[in-house]
Design a protein. Structure first.
Length: 263
């Protein structure tokens, strides 16, 4: 009997150790199962946006229509939107080489993936000191100004190839040159000219005249690669949601822009 008791007492530590090992194994299995069921935190997709500085669209302080639109479409935590400001010709080069993922907006082009509907319908305005003189003959025989980088997209989009133009840094610089008689007129988009003219009207002696001479459609554009294709697909889906729930219309109204209709 004493031998049985002694054996039993010797087995108790072994049993305790075995039970502890079994419990540890179960705990380890539960932790492993929980880890498999818990989704891993993925890094956000970086969206590289390149753009020139456009008042009302892409202000350097992060305000403007395009800033608000893209922030709504490529929102955190799924996306990390990064913007770099370049002169327009460099922006186009960076898009063509894939250094940036997207920019907006461009005329219709087969060189990039583009949203199939226009994002902006813009009037092209000409500004001069004599409204009566604005005709094709006058525009061809005199010197106009246009914003650097937009010679083809704006200036010659509305004027004959015989027109003579000089690049300037901004519409404000073009207006200053016009008043000094250094140029005879300048050309830019309505959304750029309108706020400049509103400010100009505070000068009661101003003789500046504005006329619409053309109109063109602008499309949001993406690099012609797999990243650009994926970002365009997301853009297409999200902008339709913003359109259907009325948010897109509110954005356009906020910035005094025309929401293009689907054709």
């Amino acid at each position: 009997m004493k031998q049985i008791v002694l054996v039993f007492l010797l087995l108790i530590p072994s049993y305790a150790l075995a039970k502890e090992a079994a419990n540890a194994a179960v705990l380890s299995q539960n932790v492993s199962t929980q880890a498999k069921q818990t989704p891993t935190q993925t890094e956000p997709t970086v969206v590289k946006w390149g753009t020139d500085v456009w008042p009302n669209y892409t202000n350097r302080d992060g305000t403007g229509f395009y800033h608000e639109l893209l922030s709504a479409i490529y929102s955190e935590p799924q996306y990390s939107l990064r913007v770099d400001y370049f002169p327009w010709q460099r922006t186009l080069k960076n898009l063509a080489t894939g250094e940036i993922d997207l920019t907006g907006s461009l005329p219709k082009s087969a060189s990039f993936y583009q949203y199939k509907w226009p994002v902006i319908n813009e009037d092209i305005n000409v500004v001069s000191l004599n409204d009566d003189a604005i005709n094709s003959g006058y525009l061809s025989s005199n010197v106009g100004a246009y914003r650097a980088g937009y010679e083809d997209d704006v200036f010659y989009a509305a004027l004959p190839k015989s027109a003579k133009g000089v690049p300037v840094e901004s519409a404000e610089q073009a207006l200053a040159l016009l008043k000094k008689g250094k140029v005879d007129y300048f050309v830019d988009l309505r959304s750029i000219i309108t706020p400049l003219m509103d400010k100009e009207q505070t000068d009661q002696g101003s003789l500046v005249k504005v006329r619409t001479i053309g109109r063109y459609k602008l499309y949001w554009s993406f690099a012609y690669n797999e990243q650009g294709k994926r970002l365009k697909r997301h853009f297409d889906d999200q902008i339709e949601i913003l359109r259907s729930n009325g948010v897109l219309q509110s954005m356009y109204e906020k910035y005094n822009l025309e929401l293009p209709v689907k054709e």
